[in-house]
Design a protein around this ligand. Sequence first.
Ligand code: SER
Length: 304
Amino acid sequence: MDRILITGALGQLGVEFIKYFKKYNLFVLATDVRNPKKKLNCTFENADVLDKNRIDSLVKKYDINIIYHLVAILSANGEKNPFNSWKLNMDSFQNIAEIAVENRIKKVFWPSSIAVFGTESKLELVTQNPLMNPSTIYGITKLAGEKLIDYYFKRFGLDIRSLRFPGIISTETQPGGGTTDYIIEMLNAAKKENDYCCFLSENTELPMMFIDDAIESAIKLMSVNRADLSISGSYNVTGFSITPNQLISEIQSNGFKTSVNFKPDFRQQIADSWPKKIDDSVSRNDWGWKPKFRLKESIEIALK
Ligand code: SER
């Protein structure tokens, strides 16, 4: 039986993973440095993933054999304190890798990001393995993690699996400090009939994915035989691509009024170094990835 530890469990992805696993009655230990505002449907421990001994003792106490390591400082927040971002993103990754090796953890899931790409990555349609020179500290930590996944697999047989998530559209929990966050902010403003000031320009195209697809893709990747995976790093995945202008049209065609003005800030430069579209054919071929939620459906559900 899988006994799952989720770190960063109160974040955008974590709460959705908890819901998913509880549907199948799996044991979940959720950890976070914050405390839950409402009661979680699983075991919770307040724990800092930088405290390796504490996480290690929890892994032993609860007999954990699978880890979803979701802790990270995202792209925009990362730029505000790059030293701290490197420390949190990388030290937590290293702690989990060491704990996983020492405790013979079966599999680890760790999200990477479209932030690993850079302006030399042929951004119109980014393939699995282009030139990668990320411009943000967040992207650099994700690319470093991808390299370590490959290294630890060859060195220790540690099975870490990873997806390069685009912006994730969730309805329950908000992201925090990312460059793709505008999409959720604009959707929420439309629902509340509030004005919205968009920090990216009208025609900035970025890849996105609906939350249910993000969860499904990770679960699917974690369930296949390692031998079927041609990549021991991180896989491209995407749902669809959208610009702020297209989002406004979609919001309006769902009967909502929008009042959006544009004031691009430092996040524009980050977005300009990220893919417009993602080629996820290697994921489709290796482990049968296929998104269920396309643009119209995702926006329609998010507006409910
Ligand atoms: N959503 C993330 C961000 O905007 C990208 O992985 O930082």
